[in-house]
Write a protein that binds this ligand. Structure first.
Ligand SMILES: NC(=O)c1ccc[n+]([C@@H]2O[C@H](COP(=O)([O-])OP(=O)(O)OC[C@H]3O[C@@H](n4cnc5c(N)ncnc54)[C@H](O)[C@@H]3O)[C@@H](O)[C@H]2O)c1
Length: 244
């Protein structure tokens, strides 16, 4: 992966940061992103101290302008985008009877439409190079559903249909598109859950531990590699067996 340019959306912390670190350690030039330029700059400079080729771009990927700013920034800095990891995501959980329209819209806008904008902005660079890897972070709840997450599950299921379509439209240009569906990964997103819910989740995981960002990052590393060049349109579940 030496010299490949990777953009990881939503990578100031959690799964995105673990993915960025892993790709950079394996020779990629990585653009990290979150909404705040100041915050992402400080994370990038911390990682650069370890000799990693990382730069930060603050941009809100919910909007076309934000996504264009991120991808154009990567192209201007390093001449193109080879690997796009659509990772940025939020949750606004509520049981359906109580779910507000804003909660639905916010989640769809960030988790699904943001992916559309970032992919749209990157795809020409990949088609020109006749090489590309699109790796979209969904969730096991996109496959199973989950009470309290009608908005989130719908967005995460949408990602799967979107990715399978891209795989078919761009296979001829040597661009692969795959989905990773994580289970319960320890990050600030899951920190919000009550101890009771965490205990119930843990009891359902055959491997008897929560996942770490690095568990997802290793799958991204593989899907981004030359060795994964014959894998496209797939959903790779990384969940310790939770969804079984
Ligand atoms: N943690 C889990 O158990 C879990 C499970 C399945 C799927 N996922 C998915 O993995 C991805 C990462 O989750 P996480 O747990 O690391 O979350 P997190 O909340 O810890 O981090 C989310 C990141 O996305 C960024 N972000 C959010 N909205 C953004 C926007 N509009 N523009 C730019 N950046 C934005 C945040 O700044 C942050 O860096 C998400 O798509 C999430 O849905 C997480």
């Amino acid at each position: 992966m030496k010299g490949k340019v990777a953009v990881v959306t939503g990578s100031s912390r959690g799964i995105g940061l673990a993915i960025a670190r892993t790709l950079a350690k394996n020779g990629c030039r990585v653009v990290i992103n979150s909404r705040s330029q100041e915050r992402i700059n400080s994370i990038a400079s911390e990682l650069q101290k370890h000799g990693l080729e990382i730069t930060g771009i603050g941009a809100d990927i919910q909007t076309k302008e934000g996504a264009d700013q991120l991808i154009q920034g990567a192209i201007e800095k390093w001449g193109g985008v080879d690997i796009l990891v659509n990772n940025a995501g939020i949750n606004r959980d509520n049981l359906f009877l109580r779910m507000k329209e804003e909660e639905w819209d916010e989640v769809i806008q960030t988790n699904l439409k943001g992916m559309f904008h970032c992919t749209k902005a990157s795809i020409r660079s990949m088609t020109r190079k006749k090489w590309g890897r699109i790796i979209n972070i969904s969730s096991v709840v996109g496959l199973t559903g989950n009470p309290g997450q009608a908005n989130y599950s719908a967005a995460k299921a949408g990602i799967i249909g979107f990715t399978k379509t891209l795989a078919q439209e761009f296979g001829g240009r040597n661009i692969t598109a795959n989905v990773i569906a994580p289970g319960f990964i320890e990050t600030e997103m899951t920190d919000q859950l009550s101890e009771k819910i965490k205990e119930q989740m843990l009891a359902r995981i055959p491997l008897q531990r929560f996942g770490k960002g690095e568990d997802i990052a290793e799958m991204v590393k593989f899907l981004a590699s030359e060795e994964a060049g014959y894998i496209t349109g797939q959903v790779l579940i990384v969940d310790g067996g939770l969804a079984l």
